[in-house]
Design a protein around this ligand. Sequence first.
Ligand code: SAH
Ligand code: SF4
Ligand code: F3S
Length: 468
Amino acid sequence: MEYISESEKQLAIIDQLRRRVEALSAEKGRPLTYHVVTFGCQMNARDSEKLAGILERTGYVYAPTEDADFVIYNTCTVRENANLRVYGRLGQMKKIKQRHPGMLIALCGCMMQEAQVVEKIRRSYRHVDIIFGTHNIFKLAELIQTRMVTGKPVVDIWKDTDQIVEDLPTERKYPFKTGINIMFGCNNFCTYCIVPYVRGRERSRAPEDIVREIEAAVADGVSEVMLLGQNVNSYGKNLEEPVSFAQLLQRVEKIEGLKRIRFMTSHPKDLSDELIEVMAHSDKVCQHLHLPLQSGSSKILSKMNRHYSREDYMTLVKKIRTACPQISLTTDIIVGFPGETEEDFKETMDVVSEVGFDSAFTFIYSRRTGTPAAAMEDQVPGEVVHDRFDRLLDLVQKKAAEATGRFEGTEQEVLVEEVNSHDASMVTGRMSQNILVHFPGDQSLIGRLVRVRLTKCHGFYYTGEITG
Ligand code: SAH
Ligand code: SF4
Ligand code: F3S
């Protein structure tokens, strides 16, 4: 049979697999269940929604634990401890699988793009049934079907791809907000980072496809989207008709019914004046910018291949704050990059003090096989790194509490996300600045934008009361 497109082919396979799943359910006298475990970043979280969408469409029913008929691990390899967690879980699954006839275990995501990982799993974790990578998640149904038909393990890893498969089902984790991929891959090759090797080259989706997907999500109850890419500021440069990220934002802004737009991640080297302008004047683009610093030392930044200096970063921060005085700035910082001296580290501390981030993710440098930094001399000894990490974390937390406190007593618009897990008479929502607020309310408010007076700051979050 000839298919017009890859997505059409996959939808047909989903239908075939559905019949197989129905037959297995009838045999068991209950529906087949699935569970997706996600590691890593927002990209992986979004990919997992696509995996869940395909599984739901084939008739699998969501199970809250790994005691399910189909369990899939969507892995991350950005730092070594992400890998270790996956091996730990897989070890435990061996026993669970023995108790569970017919259970299938699948692995996908960034870790699987590394040949030595796949080799290790095939050798030492023989209870894994299906392995695939980051470029072919749209094939999930086909891979399950192959496994069921042949009864043999299935391994399908692509090195790279220029394919973007549109229009497959997805199952959103939250009814009112979702991530939307605007681009895949990364071309930056920061010297510490494995992502370009496991996610392939940068590919932007066509703006019409993005807008169409968001319109459909809004029609389905979504009020907030997070536009996702490793470096959203270089969006659209390689499209046949180039479109800038700022222009894309303006198109998305026009979508009726959409209330909030967030995006992640912004590389400082490509952040344009045009984008700052759009952020300053938009009603929907949130007043939050995640702007990874990585290091405050220009020498280290250059060794990291980040293409900006400490001064460039500070200039950018001033420009953004002048245009958007209410903005919240968050960041990522790596401690212990090869060659980092106490002096370099102090420069990072200085930048954190000067900027006063609303929050910062701090990471201990992790040596990733195959990246240029892994081969650099002067790897910093573990105890030195841990000491620096602790000092940085203290400062980050102190500064974050100071920065967050600036809204105390004001009234802010809050998107309600969930009933508070500790106190059922309260709900939890998020300000445009991405700050959490807890206040009295009930289920009916979920997904709504309400006005809340922020009565008390508790370090990283507020308590308040609804005013309208
Ligand atoms: N594309 C994003 C980052 C994606 S990875 C950007 O450029 O900002 C998320 C964060 O993980 C990075 O910002 C970096 O701080 C951290 N990270 C990446 N590789 C790392 C490594 N080898 N060791 C420690 N942290 C790392
Ligand atoms: Fe990694 Fe740098 Fe690409 Fe971010 S921009 S994903 S840190 S290589
Ligand atoms: Fe991890 Fe892959 Fe994201 S390595 S951080 S899941 S792109």
